[in-house]
Design a protein around this ligand. Structure first.
Ligand code: OAD
Length: 230
């Protein structure tokens, strides 16, 4: 039986693929008001603005490529039983080759009915516009989780965290709940690393390794594959 590895990622893992983070300098929430573009109230007030915001995000994701961190994480699957839990709405983990990816905050390449969250569909890369409807006739919205909405995959995610023997948490400010609270579920005995370019206080028994995702994550992965401690 392969050992269980859990990757918990945030926007920083995709930063070196050219995708903007949220809270760094130049981050998206410095340019946009989160309640205007990422909340049910913002959608009710100005759906065109919300669609425009996410259409830009989708275009950026489609033209981005996975980086060395995404690829190193995918490589782990040869040796470990790996689950990736990501707060990211991009699909770079999948495109790098990871096969089990849980998107806590949804997926930008999918749309869902604005009436029934269970009615979802894959987008072929085109922008979403007012007037694009689901099979039952209601307006489509991005299949992402907005502030104030339930994170429906939390229960499943908690189980994976609790069962993991090794954890890498990478590129997240750990400020958005409930996602950030997931790590509380980690086993005391598991080997845990937090990777970030910025100084951070490591949570729940993590060891902090400062540096960019593309430098530090491949290092950890190579050590693990070679049977060494990073
Ligand atoms: P943040 O923008 O809050 O945090 C990104 C973290 O990545 C910061 O701690 C950076 O220091 C770090 N970072 C930046 N570049 C890096 C690099 N090259 N290598 C390693 N670390 C790097 O992004 P998240 O924590 O993912 O939710 O944000 C969480 C949620 O807040 C998002 O999923 C989104 C947002 O609002 C929703 O929209 C619901």
């Amino acid at each position: 039986m392969k050992e269980k590895v859990l990757i918990f990622s945030g926007a920083g893992v995709s930063a070196e693929s050219g995708l903007r983070t949220f809270r760094d300098m130049g981050g998206l929430w410095n340019e946009y008001a989160v309640e205007e573009v990422a909340s049910p109230e913002g959608w009710a007030k100005n759906p065109e603005l919300v669609l425009r915001f996410y259409n830009e995000r989708r275009r950026a994701v489609i033209s981005a490529q996975p980086n060395e961190a995404h690829r190193a994480i995918a490589r782990l699957e040869e040796f470990f039983d790996v689950v990736v839990i990501t707060q990211n709405i991009d699909d770079l983990h999948e495109r790098a080759g990871s096969s089990k990816v849980i998107h806590l905050h949804g997926e930008i390449v999918r749309a869902r009915s604005s009436v029934d969250p269970n009615l979802t569909c894959q987008l072929d890369g085109a922008d979403l516009e007012i007037g694009d409807t689901c099979e039952k006739g209601s307006q489509l919205r991005p299949d992402v989780v907005w502030f104030g909405e339930e994170v429906r995959l939390m229960r499943a995610a908690e189980k994976y965290v609790a069962n993991a023997e090794r954890i890498i948490t990478v590129g997240t400010s750990l400020t958005v709940h409930p996602a950030a609270g997931l790590l509380k579920k980690a086993k005391f005995s598991s080997e845990k690393y937090l990777v970030s370019v910025d100084e951070m206080h490591p949570p729940y028994g993590h060891r902090f390794l400062r540096g960019s995702a593309t430098m530090v994550v491949p290092h950890i992965v190579n050590c693990w594959i070679a049977g060494r401690k990073p």
